[in-house]
Design a protein around this ligand. Structure first.
Ligand code: 5AD
Length: 392
């Protein structure tokens, strides 16, 4: 037997009506009744089977309301039972995407940054950090090496928000890379005007990595003084409309961030229509205002990957290097086993790597790039994953 809850009719489209159940909308076929908007009806099996007058519907709904919300909460808790969550998510990843795992290269070409994001080690006011900028030529050469010697087919070019690289300089860099390297070119340079990004697009850049950091507006402004979440989202949406593949996401474990807020982060990432989810744990950096706060717990980071995978089974989800900072040995592996299916390998020239310290341990032990690639392939092999991006 099914109990039926009265649904309020919010839309009528021929014989399809939309019913609202405490904010959740469902559609049903109406073959027997003449309805006006705002009336109440019972549905079963996707078919309207009864009419109920408002006078009777409202008390029935009142009685259901609390139970409905409570039941949903219990269901959500059980469905996201931490014991099985990651394994279920990994099975889901396997079912929808097979064993392919994207392996992108990343070059961090400047650690200068105009911003003062509270969590970030390369923030402008960290005077302890030794700063570096790679020259245009050095950047193109590093990318050339990664693509043509090491075999990467997708390259992220990342920096702090560094105005030293004018639009003109960046155009030179992008053009230089496009001339020498056949790869998906991904820019991760923070906020620039849409018209600047359009110029890069016209030169062949096809992807942008730009996290929105948190979907909580108040928290965003607190963490990124002087900045507004809306501006970030507007830019991301604009880039999406331009044709950019987007990689975006958030930080897990920021101060005052609730579990619900993280779920909202997952949904916001998906709503941007991203090509790849890129989110990771907050790692406390000693030379930032958040120095005294603990880093995010590994369990929380892995559960977030699993939840994102379960909610968005087809998504590409990056296992970020911040996970390695929490657990050098098993961080990435556990992320891949919790539903992630993408990795990035740092191919920044080794002499610069230690200084791109957005969080401690980011590149604590600079290993030879070729060795790092070998290790990554071995990790993927050990869990049956192929380093491949097979397209959409
Ligand atoms: N811990 C984890 N991730 C960080 N980032 C910056 N600082 C930290 C930190 N302390 C992330 C931000 C940014 C990306 C380049 O690095 O999400 O978007």
């Amino acid at each position: 037997m099914c109990y039926a809850i009265p649904g309020k009719i919010t839309k009528i489209d021929g014989n399809i009506v939309t019913l609202d159940y405490f904010g959740e909308e469902r559609r049903a076929r109406n073959e027997f009744y003449q309805f006006a908007l705002g009336e109440y009806a019972y549905a079963q099996g996707g078919l309207i089977v009864g009419r109920i007058r408002e006078k009777e519907a409202l008390p029935a709904l009142e009685a259901w309301k609390e139970v409905f919300v409570k039941l949903k909460e219990v269901d959500r808790r059980l469905a996201f039972n931490p014991k099985d969550l990651r394994q279920t998510a990994n099975a889901e990843r396997q079912k929808h995407l097979g064993n392919a795992c994207c392996v992108h290269g990343i070059i961090e070409f400047s650690n200068y940054c105009a911003n003062n994001c509270l969590y970030c080690g390369i923030q402008n006011s960290n005077k302890k950090l030794k700063r570096y900028r790679m020259s245009e030529e050095e950047i193109v050469d590093a990318c050339d090496y990664a693509v043509n010697k090491l075999g990467f087919k997708a390259m992220v070019m990342q920096s702090g928000e560094d105005g030293w690289y004018t639009e003109e300089k960046l155009i030179n860099i992008v053009s230089g890379i496009r001339k020498k390297c056949e790869c998906l070119l991904i820019l991760s340079i923070g906020e620039r005007s849409a018209s600047t990004y359009k110029k890069f697009y016209d030169l062949g850049v096809r992807a942008a990595l730009l996290r929105f950091e948190t979907s909580d507006e108040a928290l965003y402004t607190k963490m990124r003084p002087g900045h507004k979440l809306q501006a970030r989202l507007n830019l991301l949406r604009e880039l999406g409309r331009m044709g950019y593949l987007l990689m975006s996401g958030f930080l897990i474990g920021l101060p005052g961030q609730s579990e619900d807020s993280i779920m909202a982060d997952i949904d916001l990432t998906a709503s941007l229509g991203v090509e790849m989810f890129s989110f990771g744990p907050f790692i406390s950096h000693p030379d930032t205002p958040l120095a005294k706060l603990p880093s995010a717990a590994m369990d929380m980071a892995l559960d977030t990957i699993a939840k994102a995978r379960l909610k968005y089974p087809d998504a590409k989800i990056l296992a970020t290097t911040a996970l390695e900072s929490l657990d050098k040995i098993n961080g990435l592996k556990n992320a891949l086993l919790a539903g992630a299916n993408s990795l990035m390998i740092n191919v920044t020239p080794p002499k610069h790597q230690p200084f791109y310290e957005i969080y401690p341990g980011h590149s604590a032990k600079v290993v030879d790039v070729e060795k790092k690639i070998e290790e990554t392939i071995a990790l993927l092999r050990s869990i049956g994953r192929a380093p491949a991006d097979l397209g959409i």
